[in-house]
Design a protein around this ligand. Structure first.
Ligand SMILES: [Zn+2]
Length: 429
């Protein structure tokens, strides 16, 4: 007996955003992989780190949001949404006209140093010359290039490849960076850039992007893996994310790593779609007893060969640290705390300015370096001048966790938040 499908059944058969994306995702991913490789994309404060999977995931998220807003992944709109899901091939739009040489040279695509740079009217040929260019995106497949997505053979591959190239260029250009420089890939950076991809035609494009991101749990709001967040920044970010969402908060949970460090903030919000986000942080402080790297000192820095005394020839290899930005305790009154290997001296020289810029009026203080008085355990690296015990000056125990992290940032080989009185740092030979 035939039955009319119930309302619930109908709803269940309508494709979800996730289902629609599943269809486009492989094409979009191939496009993104190609474009980031072609531009030589880098990230980080100095834009010298290769994109990791998390970074690529963030770019994929903004691309997915654009794809929702532009055409609901090829299913909505009057302008050939099926062929052109992210609407890069509209023959009247600036980008397609730039790419096809109708606006002179067009935008400047600046790639990783050494790869060469191109104007928009050259970048198509250069991209297609690459061995891994997605063949389905070749412009030669189009009968009349300037007609863009009016060509019957315009395909989603064209849309995602040429659209993603422009999207990434726009995101980075909007942030004041070169095409390949992806910076911190922060949520605001990605959204601000994606708004300029639209070119201003849609007034509420930003709101639409934010709504689109919420449809798939807004991975951009949920995770901030790139940056070490200070506690205050973390809370401010969380509150800003809540405000941006426009939704009421159902639950806010804050967990602590230790008495001074936040571990995570997680939020549940009420809204048209239930939003759930957890912000994981890499703490910006070491906790008491923590070692970085998490391995034994001997494994990281190597064992001592002997306890150096003043009469040993090895003593001549040690240097006296006279850095005026460091306070030396010198409780022995012998100057021994200033004696160390050159590697340790240069590590501390990098750390000292980090300390002074972290806290106004505060200096790095060394309470112990080379030890000639057998004050340390058996084979301590202090005996070779390869270890130092450090605090701040003025002394403030609550700063030690952060001091430990700064020592890690300064590149000291092994950092150990040894006890509540000091941080122990050591270096390789
Ligand atoms: Zn020590």
């Amino acid at each position: 007996m035939a039955r009319k499908p119930s309302k619930a059944t109908l709803a269940a058969t309508a494709p979800s955003e996730a289902d629609l994306w599943k269809i486009q995702e492989p094409v979009a991913k191939e496009a993104l992989d190609f474009v980031t490789g072609f531009l030589g994309c880098r990230m980080g404060a100095n834009n010298d780190e290769l994109l990791d999977d998390t970074a690529k995931g963030r770019l994929m998220a903004i691309l997915r949001a654009v794809s929702i807003v532009e055409s609901r992944h090829g299913t909505v709109g009057k302008n050939q949404p099926k062929r052109d899901p992210i609407q890069c091939g509209n023959p009247n739009d600036v980008w397609w006209r730039e790419l096809t040489g109708q606006l002179g040279t067009g935008s400047r695509f600046v790639r990783f140093p050494g790869l060469g740079n191109y104007w928009a009217n050259e970048v198509g040929d250069a991209a297609e010359r690459e061995g891994n260019f997605p063949p389905a995106a070749m412009r030669g497949l189009l009968a009349k290039l300037t007609d863009g997505h009016k060509n019957a053979s315009f395909a989603p591959a064209h849309s995602y490849v040429w659209g993603t190239l422009y999207l990434i260029h726009r995101i980075n250009a909007k942030a004041g960076d070169k095409s390949y420089q992806c910076g911190d890939l922060s949520r605001d950076r990605l959204i601000d850039g994606a708004v300029t991809y639209n070119g201003g035609g849609v007034a509420d494009y930003r709101d639409r992007l934010i709504k689109a991101l919420a449809e798939f749990n807004d991975p951009l709001a949920a995770v901030f893996p790139q940056t070490r967040f200070r506690q205050t920044d973390l809370l401010a970010e969380t509150l800003a994310a809540i405000k941006r969402s426009g939704h009421a908060v159902a639950r806010l949970e804050v967990t602590y790593l230790n008495s001074t460090s936040l571990a995570s903030v997680s939020i549940d919000m009420l809204g048209p779609v239930t939003y759930r986000g957890a912000i994981k942080v890499l703490s910006d402080e070491l906790s008491l007893g923590q070692k970085v790297p998490d391995d034994s000192e001997i494994n990281v820095c190597g064992p001592i060969a002997k306890k150096i005394t003043r009469s040993d020839p090895e003593f001549q290899q040690l240097v006296e640290n006279v850095n005026p930005n460091i306070v030396f305790k010198d409780e022995e009154g012998t100057g021994a705390d200033r004696m160390m290997t050159d590697r340790l001296r240069s590590g501390l020289a990098k750390l000292a300015p980090l300390v002074s810029s972290e806290w106004t009026g505060v200096k790095l203080r060394v309470t112990e370096a080379w030890d000639e008085d057998n004050e340390h355990a058996g084979a301590s690296l202090h005996y070779e001048g390869r270890a130092a015990d450090i605090t701040t000056s003025p002394v403030d125990g609550s700063k030690l966790g952060r001091l430990g992290q700064l020592a890690v940032d300064a590149g000291l080989d092994w950092v150990y938040f040894e006890n509540s009185a000091h941080v122990h740092v050591s270096v390789k030979k």
